[in-house]
Design a protein around this ligand. Structure first.
Ligand code: GUN
Length: 290
């Protein structure tokens, strides 16, 4: 029988846990944790992400600041802002919202973030620590997926996990985390050059889809009883909705879900957990600096 990996409910529960911890620490006279975000330009999806991060920060009692920079910001100006945030003792962690405008070298910008404040877990130092199994800031979306699997008690040891997508933000880190001790999956990573994709996805006990293509995964690609994690977020026009659009994932849920044992819905699955992971990482940074 199909059951939901309810990201919205899980996120609410974790936010309450964080809010309680923050309340107790500030009652003892400590300052509140402070998460900052840098956004360059006015990309719609990025502005939504940053607004959601700000809202979630306030919900748990964090201080939140947003550095809004124009589309024409130079790389040098952005690097100077990062240097300022690295050195500001009031800020526990910050993120630079991606993607950045084309004239800015994204990796150079990420490399400039202090690993101790890199709550997105995107710097080479944090990724290195993660791969070595050392204490680190784990990238938010993979961490959210791991949290959902754990909190719902999904059996992972020895299971075949097939990951669709090899991005630095999702596919690569989630494949690493799920293959490690504790999760103990056997992981296959698939990407745009993979041959016989369907033959592989049909073997998946756990299928993680982070391919960035709307409704790419169809029922014929999924094994009966699989656990399905859909990382995709796509807006499609929908005149019946108040805001004129609805959000769909990388999976054709209408036909796929009935075959699965567990599914993350879109919206309300992985998305809410991504933001919560960022809050958890900020707590981790804050505790270190207390
Ligand atoms: N763009 C899409 N997802 C993310 C994320 O998790 N962090 C940042 N900084 N940018 C993103």
């Amino acid at each position: 029988m199909l059951q939901l990996l309810d990201g919205k409910a899980t996120a609410l529960q974790i936010k309450e846990e964080i809010a309680n911890e923050v309340r107790s620490l500030t009652a003892q006279g400590h300052r509140a944790p402070h998460l900052a975000a840098v956004i360059v330009g006015t990309d719609g999806a990025s502005m939504t992400y940053v607004a959601n991060k700000e809202k979630a920060s306030h919900e748990v009692g964090f201080t939140s600041s947003v550095y809004r920079m124009s589309e024409t910001t130079t790389e040098k100006q952005l690097l100077e802002t990062i240097e300022f945030l690295n050195n500001d003792p009031d800020i526990d962690g910050f993120i630079v919202q991606l993607p950045l405008p084309k004239h800015i070298d994204e990796q150079r910008v990420i490399n400039a973030i202090s690993p101790d404040k890199d709550v997105d877990g995107f710097t080479p130092v944090n990724i290195g620590r993660m791969v070595l199994g050392e204490e680190c800031f784990t990238p938010a979306t993979p961490m959210g997926i791991c949290t959902l699997l754990r909190r719902y008690g999904i059996e992972t040891a020895g299971k075949h996990c097939v990951v669709l997508g090899r991005s630095n933000i999702v596919g690569t880190p989630v494949a690493n985390l799920l293959s490690r001790k504790g999760f103990d999956c056997t992981v296959t990573m698939c990407h745009s050059k993979t041959q016989n994709l369907k033959a592989l996805t049909l073997q998946a006990d756990i299928l993680v889809v982070a391919i960035g293509k709307a409704e790419f995964v169809t029922a014929d690609m999924v094994k009966e009883g699989a656990v399905l994690v859909d990382v995709g977020i796509h807006r499609v026009e929908d005149a019946t909705k108040k805001n004129g659009y609805r959000v769909i994932g990388d999976v054709k849920h209408g036909e796929v879900d009935a075959k699965c044992s567990w599914v993350t819905p879109v919206p309300g699955g992985v998305g809410p957990l991504t933001i919560v992971s960022l809050l958890q990482n900020t707590m981790q940074a804050y505790r270190k600096r207390l």
